[in-house]
Design a protein around this ligand. Structure first.
Ligand code: MF3
Ligand code: CO
Ligand code: CO
Length: 262
């Protein structure tokens, strides 16, 4: 099914929600240190989102999810539930933030390295971000979703990593997860054609080992079957007349907010 085309008013609300989601990552970054628990990070984000931003943390109670953010450490691929275990030196952690402002969603995630990581952890984290950026650079009206998936898959596999198949990016707006599904693998020239005014996420999950995953007993936490590391980065995007606008860009990023292919 095709994605919803947003009106100018909706796009402005998506810009605001996207900026707010990015601001949560910027706020929490200095607290991600050895010894802190993911419950403490969850509480800080929750309070900031609710009290400072006057937003709703979308994950809380979403299909029964028990916390306000997702925290996915090391071999956890996604949907990790914050808990009382302290972070340790060398951990890699994805923090995934989704806020709702004025009825619209902004969804973004980032990897953090606790202290000094292994060369592998650093490389995996970097390549996963490159996969996201390669995907973003292909977004424009007339591009096919398969073009994006194929380019991400190529970069991951050329780096000897694998792409998780079971979870994908998604349309986003008044709904958290709208059509279309945005696969991070596939065949160029296939799939839905992008149109001006569509909003969706790209959020590749890249594994150091095999692509196979499983869900833990808690029914949320997704882990690599081989227990090797996994990394993920996510942005919420708007398809513009001649390219893409990154609605959840953070100040430290080097990629431009607006990419114009004319
Ligand atoms: N933020 C995730 C995404 O990128 C979804 C999390 S759903 C939750 O789509 F329930 F686990 F929070
Ligand atoms: Co998402
Ligand atoms: Co997310």
């Amino acid at each position: 099914m095709a994605g919803i085309i947003k009106t100018a008013e909706e796009i402005e609300k998506m810009r605001i929600a996207g900026q707010l989601a990015a601001d949560v990552l910027t706020m929490i970054a200095p607290f991600i240190q050895k010894g802190v628990t993911t419950n403490e990070l969850n509480q800080r984000c929750h309070d900031f989102i609710v009290n400072e931003q006057q937003c709703i943390p979308a994950p809380l109670n979403y299909h029964g999810f028990p916390k306000s953010i997702c925290t996915s450490i090391n071999h956890v691929i996604c949907h990790g539930i914050p808990n009382d275990k302290p972070l340790k030196e060398g951990d890699i952690i994805n923090i995934d933030i989704t806020v709702i402002k004025d009825g619209y969603h902004g969804d973004t995630s980032q990897m953090f390295i606790v202290g000094k990581a292994s060369i592998l952890a650093e490389r995996l984290t970097r390549i996963a971000q490159e996969c996201l950026y390669i995907g973003i650079n292909l977004v424009k009206p007339g591009a096919r979703l398969g073009d994006i998936g194929a380019a991400i898959q190529r970069h991951a596999e050329q780096s000897n990593y694998s792409v998780v198949r079971e979870y994908c990016g998604h349309g986003i707006g008044a709904g958290f997860h709208e059509a279309p599904q945005v696969l991070h693998y596939g065949k160029a020239g296939t799939g839905e054609t992008l149109q001006v005014g569509q909003c969706f996420t790209i959020e590749p999950m890249i594994n150091a080992g095999k692509k196979t995953c499983k869900v833990l007993q808690d029914e949320w936490t997704v882990v690599t079957k081989d227990k090797k590391l996994s990394a993920q980065w996510e942005h919420t995007l708007l398809v513009t007349e001649n390219g893409v606008e990154i609605l959840t860009l953070r100040p430290e990023e080097t990629i431009p907010r607006i990419i114009n292919h004319d």
